[in-house]
Ligand binder design. Structure first.
Ligand SMILES: Cc1cc2nc3c(=O)[nH]c(=O)nc-3n(C[C@H](O)[C@H](O)[C@H](O)COP(=O)(O)OP(=O)(O)OC[C@H]3O[C@@H](n4cnc5c(N)ncnc54)[C@H](O)[C@@H]3O)c2cc1C
Ligand code: SF4
Length: 472
C-alpha cells in the first residue's frame, strides 16, 4: 500500500473530457489523461483492502491494489507487467470498460471509488510509449494448429494466449480488418483504431496469422476448418440484431444500429464502403430506440454527422439517479447512466413503447408511441408521436447468426440461441470445437470477451497437450 493515509488526504479526480462543442467536430478520442503525477496521487488513494472486492468486480480479475501501489511508487514498467498478466488488452478496457471494478471498490460506499480504469489506461499507454510491450515469441512450438473464427476481443485474446503457448494460430475474419465490434461497432471517438492495429502487429510478430475476408460457412467451408486444424474456437460474436416488428417497419429511414455505426467507422478508417446505401443523420431528426451502449454510440455519431435533433427512447422506466448502496454494493447497480454522448445534446425519454411508424411517400416521418405501463403494455390515452426522418434500432442482439457456420458445424445451441459450452472447458457439442465471447455468453462487454478468450485458450491448450500452464 503506497500511501497509508492517501484515501483520507486526496480527493477523487478523474479524466475530463474536451468540451462537447469542440469534440463533436471530429471523431477523435477526447478524454484528457491525468498525467503522471495526477495518476500517481489517485493510485495513492487505494486502501489495499484485506478483501479487495475490486478483484472480483473486474471480470479479468485484474490485481488492482498491486498495480496501484506500483504506480504510486513510480514503478510503471512493473505495473504494466502485472496488469498484462491478467489482461491482454488494457488499452481497450481502459477506454471502453464500464468499470464494474469501481462499483465494487470499498471507497464507492462513499461514492468516491479509486479511478481504477483511468490508472489502468495510464499504465498501458505509458508502456506503449516507452516501448515496453514487445512481442512474446514462444521458444518451443507444439506443432498443433488452432483456428480461431472471429477477431473481436475474445478471438484476439484467445489467439494471443494460444500463440504464446507455442501453437500455430490462424484467425479467420470475415471483415477486411481485425477487431470485431471494437473496430466496426464502437466509434472512434470512444476508441481509436490504431490501438487495434498495434496489437495485431504484435500478434503477427508472435506468430499469429490473420486471414481477412474469410467468411466461414459462407465464402469458406466450415467443415474444412475442422479437417485441417487440431482445434477450432468460435469467437464469432452475437450479431443477430433484435428487431421491432410493428406496422411501418419497412419504411425507408429505419435501420439497425449495426447498419449505421460500421459505415461511419469505415469512413473514419478510410476503408472502402460495403456496397450498401449510405445512412447519414445530417439535417435529420433522429430517434434512437434503445438505451444501452449501442444507443449512446448512435447518438454521438448522429450528432457528429450534423443531426438536427436526436432523441433516445427506452421502454424501461427511468432508473434511480443514485443506487441504495446498502442493497447493491459491491455489485453492479441499476442506476441512471449518462454517457459522454448524452451530454452532447440528446433528449432522453423512458417508459416509451413504439407501436408503429408513420410515413409519407415510403419514407418514415414519425414514430407512433405510447407510455409503457408496469405490464409493458400501452397505457390507454397516452399515445403521442415523435418526429423522425431517421430511426436507429439499438435494442440489442438476440444471439449469434445461425445460418452458415453454426448450422454447417452442427454445434448445439442453448435455450437463448447461443452456442452451448460451459466456462470450465468451453467445449461445444462437436468434437474439437470450442466457443467463447458473445457467441457463447450472449451480448456482453469487451472485458468479458477478453476473459472468455483467455479462459478458452487455456481449455484448448489443455485439450491439445493434456496439461496447460496458461492462467484461467
Ligand atoms: C455499438 C456497440 C458499442 C459497444 N460498446 C461497448 C463499450 O463501450 N464497452 C464494452 O465493454 N462493450 C461494448 N460493446 C460490447 C462489446 O463490443 C462486445 O461485447 C464484444 O466486442 C464481444 O466480443 P467478441 O469477440 O465476443 O465478438 P465481436 O466483437 O462481435 O467479434 C466477432 C467477430 O467475428 C467475426 N465473425 C462472425 N462470424 C464470422 C464468420 N462466420 N466467419 C468469420 N468471421 C466471423 C465478426 O466479423 C467479428 O469480427 C458494444 C457493442 C456494440 C454493438
Ligand atoms: S478491465 Fe474494467 S473492470 Fe477490470 S480493472 Fe479495468 S476498468 Fe476495471
Amino acid at each position: 500500500m503506497g500511501k497509508i493515509t492517501g484515501f483520507l488526504e486526496i480527493d477523487r479526480q478523474d479524466r475530463k473530457y474536451a468540451p462537447a462543442a469542440d469534440r463533436v467536430r471530429n471523431y477523435n478520442e477526447f478524454v484528457i489523461p491525468l498525467g503522471d503525477e495526477g495518476t500517481k496521487s489517485q493510485a495513492a488513494r487505494c486502501m489495499n483492502c484485506g478483501i479487495p472486492y475490486c478483484h472480483n468486480g473486474c471480470p479479468v480479475n485484474n490485481q488492482i491494489p498491486d498495480w496501484n501501489d506500483l504506480v504510486y511508487n513510480d514503478l510503471w514498467e512493473e505495473a504494466s507487467r502485472n496488469l498484462h498478466s491478467t489482461n491482454n488488452f488494457p488499452e481497450f478496457t481502459g477506454r471502453v470498460c464500464p468499470a464494474p471494478c469501481e462499483a465494487s471498490c470499498t471507497l464507492n460506499i462513499e461514492d468516491v471509488p479509486v479511478t481504477i480504469k483511468t490508472i489502468e489506461c495510464a499504465i498501458v499507454d505509458k508502456a506503449w510509449e516507452n516501448g515496453w510491450l514487445k512481442p512474446i515469441v514462444s521458444a518451443e512450438k507444439t506443432g498443433k494448429k488452432v483456428a480461431v473464427v472471429g477477431s473481436g476481443p475474445s478471438g484476439l485474446a484467445a489467439a494471443q494466449q494460444l500463440a504464446r503457448a507455442g501453437h500455430s494460430v490462424h484467425v479467420f475474419e470475415k471483415n477486411a480488418k481485425a477487431g470485431g465490434l471494437l473496430r466496426y461497432g464502437i466509434p472512434d471517438f470512444k476508441m481509436e483504431k490504431n490501438l487495434i492495429d498495434r496489437r495485431v502487429e504484435q500478434m503477427e510478430a508472435e506468430g499469429v496469422t490473420f486471414h481477412y475476408g474469410a467468411h466461414i460457412g459462407v465464402t469458406q467451408d466450415a467443415k474444412q476448418l475442422t479437417d485441417s486444424f487440431d482445434a477450432v474456437l468460435i469467437c464469432a460474436g452475437s450479431e443477430k440484431s433484435r428487431d421491432l416488428p410493428v406496422p411501418g417497419r419497412d419504411l425507408d429511414g429505419i435501420h439497425f444500429a449495426m447498419d449505421f455505426l460500421p459505415q461511419q467507422n469505415r469512413r473514419v478508417g478510410k476503408e472502402a464502403p460495403l456496397d450498401n446505401k449510405p445512412i447519414l443523420a445530417n439535417g435529420k431528426h433522429v430517434v434512437v430506440i434503445g438505451g444501452g451502449d449501442t444507443g449512446s454510440d448512435c447518438i454521438g455519431t448522429s450528432i457528429r454527422q450534423g443531426a438536427v435533433s436526436v432523441t433516445q427512447i427506452e421502454i424501461m422506466p427511468k432508473p434511480p439517479e443514485k443506487e441504495n448502496k446498502a442493497l447493491t454494493w459491491p455489485n453492479w447497480p441499476m442506476k441512471l447512466r449518462t454517457s459522454s454522448s448524452h451530454q452532447e445534446g440528446a433528449e432522453r425519454d423512458f417508459s416509451v413503447l413504439t407501436t408503429g411508424f408513420r410515413g409519407e411517400d415510403g419514407k418514415v416521418k414519425a414514430l407512433q408511441c405510447a407510455r409503457a405501463g408496469a405490464d409493458m403494455k400501452p397505457v390507454p390515452g397516452s399515445e403521442f408521436e415523435l418526429k423522425a426522418d431517421l430511426v436507429l434500432l439499438a435494442m440489442g442482439f438476440v444471439h449469434p447468426v445461425h445460418e452458415g457456420m453454426l448450422k454447417s458445424l452442427g454445434v448445439k445451441l442453448d435455450g437463448r440461441g447461443n452456442v452451448e459450452a460451459n466456462v470450465r472447458d468451453y467445449k461445444t457439442s462437436s468434437d474439437k470445437i470450442f466457443a467463447a465471447g458473445d457467441a457463447r455468453r450472449g451480448q456482453s462487454l469487451v472485458v468479458w470477451a477478453i476473459r472468455e478468450g483467455r479462459q478458452a485458450a487455456r481449455a484448448v491448450d489443455e485439450f491439445l497437450m493434456g496439461s496447460t500452464t496458461l492462467p484461467r
